[in-house]
Design a protein around this ligand. Structure first.
Ligand code: SAH
Length: 199
């Protein structure tokens, strides 16, 4: 066992993350899917992100296998990591709550899919992926290991750059001009300055 206070803090955040996911998985399980654009590559990316966010941290804490990559982090990292994790988990929860029945793990659309442009989706198109990036920063600040600390940021970057073009194409095919105009007034993971000042 390789237990440090910052590891416990990170694992507590992971427990909240998994709880939010399972609650919304259960809530959306009855949705009938009409469009499915999820490929084997996309499913592999989801597994890659899950391994980086949950599997590797558990391996760091429960086994000595990654010890060779351990280093010392300044104590300030833990105090910075805490608000980053809290903010990231809030955004993760809000994104699920705002998407409601429109949420799915893979690239799918329901038979009565609703385009969501309210709540956190009013300012950014990808708040859930933004929360993944923020969770990845929290992971780098809390886990003092060269593999586990950085794995999630790397995996989420790959997911973002590979998946988002497919996801946005699917949304444009389904919602046409409505989604194109939504794209014009919002940012991807960071708000557009104009959206904030004109709000
Ligand atoms: N990219 C978004 C959603 C991730 S979940 C985010 O980061 O917050 C992926 C699924 O959400 C997609 O398969 C699509 O069905 C759905 N989706 C994405 N954006 C949406 C929107 N604005 N309104 C409704 N559904 C959306």
């Amino acid at each position: 066992m390789n237990i440090e206070p910052s590891h416990l803090l990170f694992l507590a955040g992971t427990a909240i993350y998994l709880t939010v996911r399972s609650v919304f998985l259960r809530r959306t399980s009855a949705q009938v899917k009409e469009v499915n654009k999820s490929s084997a590559g996309d499913r592999l990316l989801v597994i890659l992100v899950g391994t980086a966010q949950v599997g590797l941290p558990l391996m760091l804490v429960l086994t000595p296998w990654l010890n060779a990559a351990n280093y010392t982090l300044p104590p300030a990292c833990m105090w910075l990591g805490l608000p980053v994790m809290v903010g990231a988990l809030w955004l993760f929860w809000r994104a699920h709550a705002d998407l409601g029945n429109s949420w799915s793990v893979s690239l799918e659309l329901n038979n009565n899919h609703q385009l969501v442009t309210r709540g956190v989706y009013r300012v950014v198109r990808h708040p859930m992926y933004a929360s993944f990036f923020a969770l990845g920063i929290g992971q780098a600040l809390l886990l003092n290991n060269g593999v586990t600390g950085w794995a999630a940021l790397l995996a989420v970057s790959v997911l973002y750059w590979v998946r988002v073009p497919h996801e946005e194409r699917m949304m444009i095919e389904a919602f046409g001009p409505e989604y194109l105009s939504y794209m014009q007034r919002t940012g991807g993971v960071l708000p557009r300055i104009a959206t904030i000042t004109c709000a």
